[in-house]
Design a binder for this molecule. Structure first.
Ligand code: 6GU
Length: 236
């Protein structure tokens, strides 16, 4: 899978992707991440990529031309006939979730477009963007951190990125519930013992206990998810 990131801050992308599990997947050749500097495509003699907004109002806007030329350059270098999804990171997008992560993980190429300032000229967005994606209801200074968040979540759904001991399945959100509490050695720490059922070796009881803990935790911490879970399981 190949990620391409259109950004004014390529060093922000490069710094984050070469570490940890993503870095390992890149080394193994399962993933690649190409960051492309939108500023390299400006035709302005002072290298500007932003300008004032028509109609007035605060702030600057990224102009259409450098964004479009950057997109054309990435597109023409792709060795595929499929036109890739172009994901614009914006607080005005659909909120990213685990389902979207799995769906995007099936793509061969994804182009992320990271905005700055007050946004990007609408005309280029209409021409190239296929998906508008947000990572939550708060405002960030740019789309780079959101793009990194999405790439991380998508990557771990790509076969081979996680090792056998780091399964991408049985985790939070897969069945719509939060994960149960987990324990490792020692058996007693600061006078606190590991729950007895986990030491019992009784597999069926352990599964039952973990499911109950997931329900309890989800009800307490994410009542919204709990309601959804109960509603969908009542129908069965
Ligand atoms: Cl995708 N971009 C920005 N600038 N702010 C955000 C966001 C994206 N998602 C949540 N807040």
């Amino acid at each position: 899978m190949r990620f391409h990131v259109m950004t004014l801050f390529p060093e922000m992308i490069d710094a984050a992707v070469n570490t940890s599990i993503l870095g390992r997947a890149i080394e193994k050749g399962i993933l690649s991440v190409q960051s492309v500097n939108i500023r390299d495509y400006t035709l302005d003699k002072h290298n500007r990529v932003d300008d004032y907004t028509y109609g007035g109002g605060a702030g600057m806007l990224m102009q259409a031309q450098p964004v479009y030329d950057c997109y054309l350059d990435i597109s023409k270098k792709l060795d595929t006939d499929k036109s890739p999804r172009v994901v614009y990171m914006t607080p005005q997008g659909s909120v990213f979730d685990q389902k979207m992560a799995k769906e995007f993980a099936a793509e061969e190429d994804i182009i992320f477009l990271c905005g700055h300032y007050e946004g990007i000229d609408e005309r280029v967005l209409e021409k190239i963007v296929t998906d508008y994606v947000s990572i939550g209801d708060y405002v960030l200074t740019g789309g780079e951190l959101p793009a990194l968040v999405c790439m991380d979540a998508i990557s771990r759904m790509v076969p081979g990125v996680l090792g056998n001991s780091e399964s991408g399945e049985t985790e939070s959100f897969d069945d719509g519930l939060l994960e149960y509490p987990q324990y490792s050695r020692p058996e007693v720490w600061m006078d606190e013992a590991v729950p007895e059922v986990l030491m019992s070796g009784h597999h069926a009881n352990i599964i039952k206990w973990r499911h109950e803990q997931s329900l309890k935790r989800t009800k307490e911490r994410r009542p919204d998810l709990y309601e959804k879970y109960v509603a969908s399981h009542d129908k069965l």
